[in-house]
Write a protein that binds this ligand. Structure first.
Ligand SMILES: *Cc1c(COP(=O)(O)O)cnc(C)c1O
Length: 352
């Protein structure tokens, strides 16, 4: 049966990326060797890293603007700690906006290194909105936000105007819509939501913000280590980086971030319209903060749950169960999801 993959992460990849990656496992770059059995220092693999890093900067519009793109290990979760390690001064303080579970985890790690000022939180309403109109203390070394809240289905539309480095966890919405990426000084994103397979994390950092904390940073946690070695300080996640390179190429071939935004907006509108029209469903997130990537919704009457779940399963709808902390349903409609799959879900909702 054709499956429509709404998984929150690891998540759907373009079919062409899956096919190319599978082929590279068997025979990479006409070497008659597998991608996963050759040296990461071979010229053939080096070309992959160079290309992946270049595409990331190109899609962000950050080429030749003092930024470096890295593909690191440890997931976005390690970036919670690593970003703070590299930016929190000794005896310093940083501002964090708390928009859900992932923000809270970032806050927990930053507290190991300095004072954390949670300048705004949407916890009071179960994280169903993005806080607005907060002030950043003048002595904050940086501000950290989570641009898309994967679990709750909320997304920033406007970003705080700050005159200190702006750090963003973009794990679940990187390259999903056109942005002025130069507003950000540090961006990180686990690849497995919107730009690849698990095992690597894209980091885009503005070089000039580094080296100012006055603290000693463990070698592998220091962005400068990876910048100096062109993202090949140690053995990288070769397969995952290859998948990301192919994924970013796919985004570029589609016409780049603005082109993909148009499709993403059509997909999201299709699904939110049905949620708003259909008396069986109600949306979870505040309307103005709804995510283009993770659409969260609940049933208005739980007695139809079994029928809806069966209809969904019978029609190939995969992984729409909501996160355990929110309940209900979550349809993740990342970059790689075709609009036909969103239509398939809407058709099932109409049948209920
Ligand atoms: C999934 C996710 C993470 C965690 O990513 P890992 O790569 O599993 O560590 C962090 N932040 C956000 C917003 C996420 O969606």
């Amino acid at each position: 049966m054709k499956k429509h993959n709404f998984s929150a992460g690891p998540s759907i990849l373009p079919q062409s990326v899956i096919k190319d990656s599978a082929a590279a496992i068997l025979n990479f770059a006409d070497m008659d060797l597998s991608l996963i059995e050759i040296s990461h220092r071979s010229p053939q693999f080096d070309a992959v890293v160079v290309k992946a890093r270049q595409l990331a900067l190109e899609l962000a519009g950050l080429e030749n603007k003092g930024y470096t793109a890295l593909f690191l290990q440890g997931g976005a979760s390690l970036q919670f700690l690593m970003s703070a390690y590299n930016l929190m001064p000794v005896n310093g303080k940083a501002a964090y906006v708390d928009t859900g579970a992932w923000s809270s985890k970032a806050i927990k790690e930053a507290k190991l290194l300095g004072e954390v000022d949670v300048v705004a939180s949407s916890k009071d309403k179960g994280y169903n909105y993005i806080p607005k109109n907060y002030t950043i203390p003048a002595d904050a070394a940086y501000v950290h936000i989570t641009t898309n809240n994967t679990i709750f289905g909320t997304q920033f539309n406007d970003f705080p105007d700050v005159n200190v480095p702006l750090v963003a966890d973009m794990s679940s919405d990187i390259f999903s819509k056109a942005l002025d990426f130069s507003k950000f000084d540090l961006i990180y994103a686990g690849a497995q939501k919107n730009i690849g397979a698990s095992g690597t994390t894209l980091v885009i950092v503005k070089d000039e913000i580094l080296g100012k904390t006055g603290r000693e940073i463990p070698t592998l946690l220091n962005y400068e280590t990876h910048i100096k070695k062109d993202s090949l300080f140690h053995t990288p996640a070769v397969f995952s980086i290859y998948v990301s390179m192919k994924y970013l190429e796919w985004v570029k071939d589609l016409g780049g971030v603005a082109a993909i935004e148009k499709i993403n907006r059509e997909k999201a509108a299709l699904l939110y319209d049905e949620i708003d029209k259909n008396p069986h469903f109600k949306g979870f997130a505040a309307a103005e903060d709804r995510s283009l990537m993770n659409v969260t919704f609940n049933l208005t009457d739980e007695s139809v749950k079994e029928r809806f779940d069966k209809l969904a399963a019978d029609n190939g709808i995969h992984a729409i169960k909501g996160h355990r902390s929110v309940g209900g349903y979550r349809a993740s409609i990342y970059n790689a999801m075709p609009i036909e799959s969103v239509q398939a879900l809407v058709d099932v909702m109409k049948k209920l």
